[in-house]
Design a protein around this ligand. Structure first.
Ligand SMILES: [Zn+2]
Length: 146
């Protein structure tokens, strides 16, 4: 193999690894909670919460924000670990595999915490408000594009 060909191959592999890094990074970095924020819009704008509901909800939100922030920090360091592994292995090697597996822990945790939060928010609602809320949850979870 000529040096030139070898150099070309290395460049292609490096380029591919860089693209993978961006794509994987995007996939993992995108973690807004669209379901959660849609529900907030509903709670605050359409359901006409009374004062007591609003203060309960504020406390629920405060607790959720703390847990969510901790998990997002964990996800961010998972992302950094994944980026390092990609840089080292330039492909789908054992370190990349391990970093991906590891990131699923915090991701799954974030999902659980978000669902718990959704049910905690629902717990504040009056019976005449829950139907509208449930409808919005189902709609948000099944929507393909937002
Ligand atoms: Zn909330």
């Amino acid at each position: 193999m000529s040096n030139r060909l070898l150099f070309g191959l290395v460049a292609i592999v490096a380029f591919a690894a860089a693209i993978c890094g961006v794509v994987i990074g995007r996939a993992y970095l995108i973690q807004p909670q669209p379901v959660e924020s849609e529900l907030h819009g509903l709670l605050h704008e359409e359901l006409k919460l009374d004062h007591q509901q609003q203060s309960k909800l504020a406390e629920i939100e405060r607790q959720f924000a703390i847990r969510k922030q901790a998990l997002e920090l964990e996800l961010r360091s998972d992302n950094a670990r994944l980026a390092d592994a990609i840089e080292i292995e330039h492909g789908y090697g054992p370190q990349v595999n391990a970093a991906v597996d590891r990131s699923h822990v915090a991701m799954g945790q974030l999902q659980k915490v978000t669902l718990e939060h959704i049910f905690a928010m629902r717990g504040v609602l009056r019976p005449d408000q829950t139907a509208r809320f449930d409808e919005a949850v189902v709609k948000a979870l099944t929507a393909k594009e937002r």
